[in-house]
Design a binder for this molecule. Structure first.
Ligand SMILES: [Zn+2]
Length: 360
């Protein structure tokens, strides 16, 4: 996937952050707004050697020795902690996970204890280039309890010249004590026009950009990834009708975790439509056949309703959809290690048919 162009909504946020004091930052907000890029921008600015020591901080120059070292991932005073599974995606794969026994293991989704050990050692030694040291943790919610507590101790008694930037897409999953030790920064949601202009730089058509924006719930980085993976707006809008007819549509080519994510979006939107709210990921038009179908299922007599415990048909539909949502969350937890991906897809589609009372 080609690297995305610089996100134009980040520089103003970086300037605001650099004007603040504090040794620990927490960048919070939903995924896809550029948390990691902003965290790296902050770290790079702190380490940049273009400005004289003691003068106000400015965004990194990009050309000094320090900036170059950050770019090639060899800066001795920068430690970037990522789950293994993300290191490759973000171009930060570390050499020390390449040993034979490690290579066989599936890359971890967590920031593991070894990473914290590295962090503690890193914080205890003196800086090599005289600008202090910076630790980047992303996504901060991927620390397990042990690593989070190790970090907490370091945040409570920060070694003299270490600073921290934690970026998270789920701050509610962080230890409250970690949140309270950090200066919080809520990621700004860029204007639609700004996102459109940024996404269009990837040579997608206006229709594709519009469709990807909707399918990603308006989160720019997620929309960018969709476009890079060949997103087709038509296939997306056909999916609800296809599922109703017992077809897999674009899910036939998706991984289990992608399938679950799409079905969760669909479940959310169908529930929204059933209670009369506006859907977020699919257009109202594309959902209409599904919602009409669910409505048609509810033409029961009062006697039948009473036999069902007095619940209204709509209530039962909502309960079925809510149960589907719970089932999808459970499936998500096992989707990283499915025993047989094809079987999982079939099971997920069966589940969807049942929730939507579709053909199978
Ligand atoms: Zn520089």
């Amino acid at each position: 996937m080609p690297a995305a162009p610089e996100m134009p909504w980040l520089p103003a946020q970086l300037n605001a952050l650099l004007a603040q004091q504090g040794h620990a930052l927490l960048l919070e907000g939903p995924s896809g707004l550029g948390q990691f890029a902003l965290a790296m921008g902050w770290a790079k600015a702190l380490l940049c050697e273009a400005h004289a020591l003691g003068t106000p901080l400015a965004p990194a120059c990009g050309v000094c020795e320090s900036c170059h070292a950050v770019q090639v991932h060899t800066h001795p005073d920068l430690l970037v902690l990522l789950p293994e599974a993300m290191q490759l995606d973000l171009g930060w794969s570390s050499a020390d996970t390449d040993s034979a026994s490690e290579a066989k293991r599936k890359p971890s989704q967590e920031i593991r204890v070894e990473a914290m050990r590295k962090m503690i050692t890193f914080c205890q030694r003196t800086d090599a280039r005289g600008r202090g040291k910076v630790v980047v943790v992303y996504p901060a919610e991927s620390m397990n309890t042990v690593t989070a507590n190790a970090l907490l101790k370091t945040l409570e008694e920060p070694p003299g010249n270490s600073r921290f930037v934690l970026a998270t897409e789920a701050s509610h999953r962080l230890l409250p004590t970690i949140r309270s030790r950090c200066h919080s920064w809520k990621m700004a949601w860029p204007a639609d026009a700004e996102i459109h202009a940024w996404l269009s730089a990837g040579h997608s058509t206006a229709e594709q950009v519009q469709g990807a924006m909707q399918a990603s719930g308006g989160r720019p980085q997620n929309a960018w990834e969709l476009l890079q993976s060949g997103f087709e707006p038509q296939a997306w809008s056909q999916l609800p009708r296809q599922l109703l007819q017992g077809q897999a549509g674009l899910l036939a080519a998706a991984s289990p975790s992608q399938t679950i994510a799409v079905l969760q979006q669909l479940c959310h939107d169908v529930m929204a439509m059933v209670v009369g709210a506006v859907p977020r990921y699919f257009s109202q038009d594309s959902l209409k056949p599904l919602v009409a179908h669910l409505g048609a299922q509810t033409g029961e007599t009062i006697t039948q309703q009473l036999q069902q415990g007095g619940q209204s048909p709509r209530q039962r539909t909502l309960e079925r959809l809510a149960q589907w949502s719970v089932d999808l969350q459970q499936a998500q937890r096992t989707s990283e290690h499915p025993f047989a991906p094809e079987l999982m897809l079939t099971a997920l589609l069966d589940q969807a048919s049942q929730a939507l009372q579709a053909k199978r």
